[in-house]
Design a protein around this ligand. Structure first.
Ligand code: B12
Length: 323
């Protein structure tokens, strides 16, 4: 839907639902920053025009990216053609289904009190706090947009290390201390995976001729790091075969036999119950290099297995093994 196809004016409640911003927040933005409704209807409350809404979309995006409300409002008000600038306006209006609007609204409705509704990250950068806020609001479009923009500008490794990992750790800590927010963790994980997959799919002609396999073993569900690794390698022209989470060791060994990879990378966050299963991978001839990452691996690994401490090192080691 284009801005022109919007109802000509909207009430505070309608704008709040569409943007996933509480009505009280909209009133505060109107009072403090002048980002209010400009259209009048005869004898009734003032209503928001499409242009007002576009300014609010810009305001919301900038606050999710970590700008202070005052700074975000100043930039939103400075836009001469906010409808053109607020590129995601049509998306906000047309793509967000009602239930998601309500979910986002509930998540940040100040009447529910602030206890437990924010991710406590006093030391984090504004960008990290903004992204955590967008996740808490279950604003999947906003999270995806911010991630995509950072991956394009800064690359996968920097985006993972400085933005994604801190938000993941914050969400994990919040869950550990309150038992809440599994829905936020899932939404954020889906957004990260979507952006990493899209980024990986952009590689058309890989430079490597030997395959690289990425997997998590058995019950391991923490697969985000291998999606990030796939995307970071794709940025450098290296193609990977993504086997995802919960691969039985015997199935991974079958994939190794059939594809003859140069490298197999196995990530684990939860303690790995049978490290000896890695032997199934190294018995295949020619044997691939087996790399492991994540906190689930014990310190004493079989001698042929190399432990990898970070995404950057994983990328460097795979590059030197296959190119
Ligand atoms: C997202 C998430 C999930 C998602 C996973 C989605 C997905 N597709 O990946 C879902 C919701 C499925 C999930 C499920 C569970 N989770 Co969970 N989850 C997380 C969360 C928030 C992020 C995980 C992640 O990707 N971390 C990646 C980086 C940021 O963390 P890291 O691996 O520790 O990083 C270290 C190294 O690996 C290295 N590093 C960082 N990035 C990279 C990248 C590469 C390539 C390499 C090599 C290294 C590397 O640097 C760090 C310092 O050493 C963490 C919180 C956290 N602190 O990690 C909890 C967390 C891992 N989960 C936890 C738990 C308990 C669970 C569940 C058991 C909960 C339950 N009761 O059901 C389940 C089941 C898990 C299973 N069987 O696998 C605990 C684990 C505690 C433990 N070790 O015992 C954590 C730590 C939360 C917490 N604070 O308690 N989870």
């Amino acid at each position: 839907m284009s801005a022109a196809a919007l109802p000509s004016t909207l009430t505070v409640a309608a704008v709040a639902r569409r943007l996933g911003v509480a009505p009280a927040t909209l009133r505060t933005w109107a009072r403090r920053y002048g980002l209010g409704p400009s259209a009048h209807t005869a004898g009734s409350h003032r209503r928001y025009s499409a242009e007002d809404l576009a300014r609010l979309v810009i305001m919301r995006r900038l606050t999710h990216e970590g700008a202070s409300p005052a700074e975000a409002a100043r930039l939103a008000m400075a836009q001469e053609s906010p409808i053109a600038e607020g590129g995601e306006l049509a998306q906000v209006i047309s793509l967000v289904p009602d239930s998601a609007e309500r979910g986002a609204f509930d998540a940040i409705d100040p009447r529910r009190g602030s206890g437990g509704r924010v991710v406590a990250m006093p030391e984090a950068s504004p960008a990290v706090r903004g992204l955590a806020r967008a996740s808490m609001a279950l604003d999947a479009n906003g999270v995806t947009e911010v991630l995509r923009r950072h991956v394009t500008a800064d690359g996968v490794i920097r985006t993972w290390d400085t933005l994604i990992a801190p938000v993941l750790i914050g969400l994990g800590d919040r869950w550990a201390s309150t038992g809440e927010g599994i829905e936020v963790e899932h939404l954020f994980s889906e957004c990260v995976m979507g952006v990493m997959r899209a980024s990986t799919a952009r590689l058309r002609e890989p430079r490597n001729t030997v395959p690289v396999l990425l997997a998590c073993l058995d019950e391991e569900q923490h697969s985000l790091p291998i999606y990030a690794l796939g995307a970071a390698l794709a940025e450098r022209g290296v193609g990977t075969r993504q086997l995802g989470s919960r691969m039985p060791a015997s199935a991974l060994a079958a994939a190794v036999r059939r594809s003859g990879p140069g490298v197999v990378f196995v990530f684990a966050t939860m303690p790995v119950p049978r490290v000896e299963d890695l032997g199934l991978l190294t018995r295949v001839r020619p044997a691939p290099r087996v790399l492991v990452g994540g906190r689930g691996w014990p310190a004493d690994l079989p001698p042929v297995v190399r432990s990898i401490p970070s995404l950057q090192v994983a990328v460097d080691v795979v590059l030197s093994a296959v190119l």
